[in-house]
Design a protein around this ligand. Structure first.
Ligand SMILES: Nc1nc2c(ncn2[C@@H]2O[C@H](COP(=O)(O)OP(=O)(O)OP(=O)(O)O)[C@@H](O)[C@H]2O)c(=O)[nH]1
Ligand SMILES: [Mg+2]
Length: 307
């Protein structure tokens, strides 16, 4: 974890459940209790993400949004973080985020646990595979909710002018604090500038209480790793600045005092979900990486929740 102005190797502080704040009397979401209103769309209409209305029942729990284009690693980050957290927290899908008669979503919720423990890499999300997931302390209090969605809901490199999907605006407009995890990666094959423009558009919609974490995923594919978790973060930040030109500018700290020691109001976390291997039958197997990465990410998320 590193503040952008003060780039050091990522730290490996352990987290403690004792420091997790209460989030305004949130209730445990019971996997089996479906409480959403029935929208009455046909199953075919539910195939159009811009027709689906989402329900944010908890107006105070922080929402962690994995924001990034297709294939940057959002689903696998979710998988990795869930595996890391599951011994200390209960992680389960929020069934009433989407309508009770949205069969596809209810199936996704039912398959969540199996999907997290699969040894196969995730397939890219199709455009209606967006999901809200609860992170609960084992006593039941909600710590945060995590939104996992297809890249094209945020930025499709082939259709860069496309707007965010409808549910993204529901999240943006909700009063909850958002922790935007903006994903970046090495060797991206598309137009960096268009993605930076999309990030600027998002920035303009953020609320003062929102927080931003730049997640440099696939750090294992770079030369910045000295050993697991020991990253040349200064070089990694520079690499992102060189490719995603101007990406940190919207987050520049303009406070006349704090800007002297904190250049940007965002965090920077180098990350790796694990290793991927193509098999003879064409599928890709997944082996989870070192705990040091999800530990650093979770510490930074908790800092944003508390801060
Ligand atoms: N080297 C490396 N490759 C990764 C890492 N994380 C993800 N990948 C690769 O990126 C691919 C896509 O990861 P996903 O998590 O499915 O990407 P996504 O952002 O969810 O993609 P969409 O659902 O299409 O938006 C994986 O199948 C891996 O091949 C990582 O940490 N290191
Ligand atoms: Mg995905």
């Amino acid at each position: 974890m590193a503040e952008l102005n003060n780039s050091t190797s990522i730290k490996t502080e352990s987290y403690s459940a004792a420091i997790i704040p209460e989030t305004g009397g949130a209730q445990t979401n019971n996997d089996d209790s479906i409480t959403s209103k029935i929208e009455g769309l046909t199953q075919e209409e539910y195939n159009d993400p811009n027709k689906i209305a989402v329900t944010m029942a908890d107006k105070s729990a922080p929402i962690v949004v994995l924001f990034g284009p297709p294939s940057c690693g959002k689903t696998m980050t979710m998988v990795r973080l869930t595996r890391y957290l599951k011994s200390s927290y209960t992680i389960s899908p929020v069934r009433d985020f989407r309508p009770a008669d949205d069969v596809r979503y209810q199936d996704m919720c039912g398959n969540f646990r199996a999907r997290i423990s699969e040894s196969k890499a995730a397939d890219g999300n199709d455009n209606i595979s967006f999901m809200l997931v609860d992170v609960l302390r084992n006593a039941g209090q909600r710590v945060c909710q995590i939104l996992e969605a297809p890249g094209e809901s945020y930025h499709h490199p082939k259709f860069p002018d496309n707007d965010f999907f409808r549910f993204v605006y529901s999240i943006i407009n909700s009063p909850n604090r958002k922790i935007w995890i903006i994903m970046v990666e090495p060797n991206w094959k598309f137009d960096y500038g268009m993605y930076v423009d999309k990030i600027k558009k998002l920035r303009a919609r953020m609320r003062p209480s929102d927080k931003v974490i730049f997640l440099y995923n696939k750090i294992d594919a770079t030369d910045f790793v000295r050993s697991p978790g020991n990253i040349n973060t200064a070089m990694a930040v520079k690499d992102i600045e060189d490719h995603y030109r101007g990406v940190f500018e919207p987050f520049r700290n303009v406070n006349p005092i704090t800007r002297l020691f904190k250049k940007y109001n965002c965090h920077f976390v180098p990350f790796s979900t694990g290793e991927y291997h193509k098999t003879n039958d064409g599928s890709v197997t997944y082996t989870e990486g070192d705990d040091v990465y999800p530990a650093a990410l979770w510490n930074t998320i908790m800092k944003c929740i508390r801060g």
